[in-house]
Design a protein around this ligand. Structure first.
Ligand SMILES: *[C@@H]1O[C@H](CO)[C@@H](O)[C@H](O)[C@H]1NC(C)=O
Ligand SMILES: *[C@@H]1O[C@H](CO)[C@@H](O)[C@H](O)[C@H]1NC(C)=O
Ligand SMILES: *[C@@H]1O[C@H](CO)[C@@H](O)[C@H](O)[C@H]1NC(C)=O
Ligand SMILES: *[C@@H]1O[C@H](CO)[C@@H](O)[C@H](O)[C@H]1NC(C)=O
Ligand SMILES: *[C@@H]1O[C@H](CO)[C@@H](O)[C@H](O)[C@H]1NC(C)=O
Ligand SMILES: *[C@@H]1O[C@H](CO)[C@@H](O)[C@H](O)[C@H]1NC(C)=O
Ligand SMILES: *[C@@H]1O[C@H](CO)[C@@H](O)[C@H](O)[C@H]1NC(C)=O
Ligand SMILES: *[C@@H]1O[C@H](CO)[C@@H](O)[C@H](O)[C@H]1NC(C)=O
Length: 440
């Protein structure tokens, strides 16, 4: 279903730095926290599954940590037609017998918010009615139903909205050049092209404006899912609250590291009101080891990515629930007064080059809470040691101390006053996450 618009590396060019859309009630100021149906159920959704997830968010206590959005993905509508009279998309009456507004009411009654899904094309990715040419009426429906979040996909784009090809380092170009070139691709944009003028940008701005037009009725967070095309980092902040930067994630370690690696190189575009989205969480899915689940969650959290759970919560083991509930990582992700994510502080395994199997391994970030965060990651397939050397860490090297008070963010253990460096012996694909609370 992905058409001729193509792929390769993100060009970190021509970022406008212009102001983002700031929405009322702080909607979209921080990364969104919640749940979405797709990674758990694909097309096979109904109100029972959605309400099970909503109730689990409450009974597990995830809601108290900030997880608030319960998002329907594709396949919620009647498939082959809109309402002939009103032109509106019709909620599937078998799947949602009380309508989407009925489900919305139940979700709101739990103190949660509800999200919905459409595509900036003629059909959604699974072939259901989508919103291009119908943005205003669909935004109106969403507002009337009580929707709080829209994920807006990129399938079935009409030819009149065609665009230059773009390189996203992705499955089609797994070894794309780090300088953002994409050899062999047709129809590339002229050098220095301003992607904020592209057809893709305009196509996504139509829905931005339709949502703005119903904002008096309902503030709906706008979440772009255009797979990183058209250099979205250079204009996403002016169009939406978050932007997907790659094709879909799946519950394989290869896919998670490839996306993490790419997003690690796009974090300069992340701050309040605008968040790069490396796609929804796979914690609890597939055959990921517990270490891989932990690393996936920790990397997503410190990149200040939206944290949208994608698993069946009613069968999630406590070990995995605990990962999603890590309060220090969530606090880092949701810092109310410091907007920047953690970033790699030194070249790691791959010496800073683009490597989908080995994303950066040494990360640090600041908070407004009086502590700094350091993450060590073992991207290798076997146990290995990784060391955080205080003098290498930007948050610490300005100090006059060689000793810092350290806590382990997973165990909560106080590691005491640690001098010069901390070394973690890490299982394959595991992370150590440290909270540095001050010099000592
Ligand atoms: C995005 O826009 C917001 C609001 O104008 C601004 O605070 C933020 O710094 C922008 N992001 C970046 C990376 O410049
Ligand atoms: C953008 O859309 C216009 C109108 O359909 C079309 O003429 C133009 O070729 C498109 N631009 C690209 C780069 O495809
Ligand atoms: C995961 O995604 C990658 C890249 O799109 C693809 O090659 C692979 O087949 C997918 N694996 C599964 C299990 O879906
Ligand atoms: C980009 O990198 C590739 C591979 O290293 C190289 O062949 C190409 O000449 C480079 N292009 C530019 C514009 O630097
Ligand atoms: C998990 O492992 C099982 C058994 O090896 C395999 O059938 C299944 O496809 C794997 N799932 C994923 C998502 O890789
Ligand atoms: C990274 O660079 C160091 C120092 O030059 C070298 O010893 C090491 O082998 C390099 N690692 C990789 C994976 O290329
Ligand atoms: C790690 O394991 C994966 C999956 O078995 C394999 O594809 C990859 O080549 C291994 N990497 C290294 C560096 O051995
Ligand atoms: C760092 O320097 C300041 C100012 O001289 C001093 O007050 C403080 O105790 C020093 N901290 C450590 C840990 O040495």
């Amino acid at each position: 279903m992905i058409n001729s618009i193509s792929v390769a590396a993100a060009l970190l060019l021509s970022f406008q730095g212009a102001s983002a859309i700031e929405r009322p009630n702080n909607v979209g100021r921080l990364p969104a926290l919640g749940w979405n149906s797709w990674n758990a159920f694909g097309c096979d959704i109904d109100e029972t599954k959605i309400m099970t997830a909503a109730n689990e968010l409450v009974s597990s206590g995830l809601n108290k940590l900030g997880y608030e959005y319960v998002n329907l993905d594709d396949c919620w509508a009647v498939k082959d037609h809109r309402d002939a009279t009103t032109g509106r998309i019709i909620p599937d009456p078998d799947k949602f017998p009380d309508g989407i507004d009925g489900t919305a009411q139940k979700i709101h009654d739990l103190g949660l918010k509800i999200g919905i899904y459409s595509s900036a094309g003629t059909e959604t990715c699974a072939g259901y009615p989508a919103s291009i040419g119908n943005e205003a009426i669909d935004a109106q429906s969403f507002a009337e139903w009580g929707i709080d979040y829209l994920k807006y996909d990129n399938c079935y784009v009409p030819s009149k909205w065609s665009d230059y090809s773009f390189c996203v380092a992705d499955s089609d170009f797994p070894n794309v050049n780090p300088n953002g070139t994409c050899p062999g691709l047709d129809n590339q944009a002229p050098s220095g092209y301003d992607w904020s003028q592209s057809n893709t940008t305009k196509r996504y701005n139509v829905m931005r404006d339709a949502l703005a037009a119903v904002e008096d009725q309902r503030v709906i967070l706008y979440s772009l899912c255009e797979w990183g095309y058209a250099d979205v980092v250079s204009w996403g902040n002016q169009t939406a609250s978050s932007w997907r930067m790659s094709g879909d994630i799946n519950a394989t370690w290869e896919r998670i590291t490839a996306i993490a690696n790419l997003n690690a190189h796009e974090l300069e575009f992340v701050d309040f009101w605008g968040h790069s989205d490396p796609d929804m969480l796979e914690v609890g899915n597939g055959n990921l080891t517990i270490e891989e689940n932990r690393a996936h969650f920790a990397l997503w959290a410190i990149m200040k990515s939206p944290l949208i759970i994608g698993t069946a919560l009613d069968s999630l083991p406590e070990t995995h629930l605990d990962i999603l509930k890590n309060s220090d990582l969530i606090a880092f992700n949701q810092d109310p007064t410091y907007g920047k994510p953690a970033v790699p502080y030194k070249a790691g395994y791959s010496n800073g080059t683009y490597d989908p199997e080995h994303p950066p391994e040494f990360w640090s970030g600041s908070t407004s809470y009086g502590w700094d965060l350091v993450l060590l990651f073992n991207s290798e397939n076997a146990t290995a040691a990784r060391s955080a050397v205080w003098s290498e860490i930007p948050q610490l090297s300005g100090g006059n101390s060689s000793s810092y008070q350290v806590q382990n963010i997973w165990s909560g253990d106080d590691l005491g006053c640690v001098t010069n460096q901390y070394t973690a012996d890490l299982e394959a694909h595991d992370v150590a996450v440290l909270k540095i609370t001050g010099s000592c």
